[in-house]
Design a protein around this ligand. Structure first.
Ligand code: NAP
Ligand code: ZN
Length: 353
């Protein structure tokens, strides 16, 4: 007997996200069954619901910033018990034996991680479905603990926006004395500002939106640069050790590269598409600069980030929505009209569609 689940799904690239009932597996011995309370809305949900990465599987139940309570556990689960507040991010499984998994970098699993949605369960071959739904069944290795010091609503976005910005800041050893710039003030960008500040860096926001300055300062920016103003860009030439670029679409990296110090690093976390226009070789050769990228973060690192947030009182700025409002939320996200993450209250599944 499998579980019948209410959720919201995209049925194609061109149809709105709408009510959808589907099945989840019976729990396996290592599974945790989670009654979902809240799910953040990531720009990746929109990209994938609309097949912008050309790999979408339908029906698709998006959602990979999941917070809920454990409602059952399999016989082999020791780490979680019924009633625990837990989280699930972008992955629900990986091979567990390759060199990446051995380092706790499951997101770089050499056999490919199993994504929370728009993926395939590596054990039964069935499609995975995400957090725009009432319940999820996940192997205990991919479930993280949510401290009672964290508000569960504003903790939801930490499971993707949080870890995706935390992981590169830690990998490139950002701390006191680092000069960091974050490009784009959206879901990822606002967490990037908070984390870079909390780690002790001097923090700059690059934004193309005039009017975000006071908000950016409230979120941790020491300086704000309007990226569309060449004079402001010139004024920060050769300044930054590390740029965290959260822009979701192809954009010109060259003006940003000129703002890096010798050996500076420009790290892409937003766009997946080819660089357009190309990076000028001269821009990287001249200052021995690096253009690189980073994907979410491993499970141990996700728990480390959540524990850091609990200790330092950090969480996402959120706007709660009902699941019925998801399509309008996508449109607002496209207009950068979100402060700074939508979070779905799954109790709204009981309301009429
Ligand atoms: P978001 O909330 O929509 O924020 C993106 C921000 O980028 C906007 O608020 C805007 O900030 C800026 N921006 C948008 N379009 C732009 C353009 N054409 N040119 C320049 N700036 C632009 O999105 P998000 O949820 O933070 O996600 C950002 C990207 O990261 C998405 O593509 C998502 O798929 C990706 N992502 C990657 C990973 C990973 O593991 N690498 C994980 C999660 C998400 P301003 O108004 O301040 O300019
Ligand atoms: Zn995401």
């Amino acid at each position: 007997m499998s579980l019948s689940i209410r959720g919201y799904a995209a049925q194609s690239a061109t149809t709105p996200v709408a009510p959808h009932t589907f099945e989840r597996r019976d729990p396996r011995p290592d599974d945790v069954v989670i009654d979902i309370l809240y799910c953040g809305v990531c720009h990746s949900d929109l990209h994938q619901a609309r097949n912008e990465w050309h790999n979408s599987l339908y029906p698709m139940v998006p959602g990979h910033e999941i917070i809920g309570r454990v409602s059952a556990v399999g016989a082999e689960v020791g780490k979680f018990k019924v009633g625990d507040m837990v989280g699930v991010g972008c992955m629900v499984d990986s091979c567990q034996h390759c060199s990446s998994c051995a380092q706790g970098l499951e997101q770089y699993c050499l056999e490919g991680a199993s994504w929370t949605y728009n993926g395939t369960d590596r054990r039964d071959g069935l499609p995975t479905f995400g957090g725009y739904s009432e319940r999820i069944v996940v192997s205990d290795k991919f479930v993280v603990t949510i401290s009672d010091k964290l508000d569960p609503k504003s903790a939801a976005p930490l499971l993707c926006a949080g870890i995706t910005t935390w992981s590169p800041l830690r990998h490139w050893k950002i701390g006191k004395g680092s000069k960091v710039a974050v490009v784009g003030l959206g879901g990822l960008g606002h967490m990037g500002l908070k984390f870079a500040k909390a780690l002790g860096a001097d923090v700059t926001l690059f934004t193309r939106s005039p009017g975000k300055e006071s908000e950016a300062r409230r979120l941790g920016a020491d300086h704000v640069v309007l990226s569309t103003d060449p004079a402001q860009m010139k004024a920060v030439a050769g300044r930054f050790d590390f740029i965290l670029d959260t822009v979701p679409n192809p954009h010109d990296l060259n003006p940003y590269l000129a703002t890096l110090v010798l050996d500076g690093v420009h790290c892409l976390v937003g766009q997946l598409q080819p660089l357009d226009p190309p990076v000028s070789a001269g821009a990287v050769i001249s200052g021995r600069r690096t253009v690189t990228g980073s994907a979410i973060g491993g499970i141990a690192e996700t728990q480390e980030m959540l524990d850091f947030c609990a200790e330092h009182g950090i969480s996402s700025d959120i706007e709660m929505i009902d699941i019925q409002d998801i399509n309008q939320a996508y449109e607002r996200m496209l207009k950068s009209d979100v402060r700074y993450r939508f979070v779905i209250d799954l109790a709204s599944l009981d309301k009429p569609a």
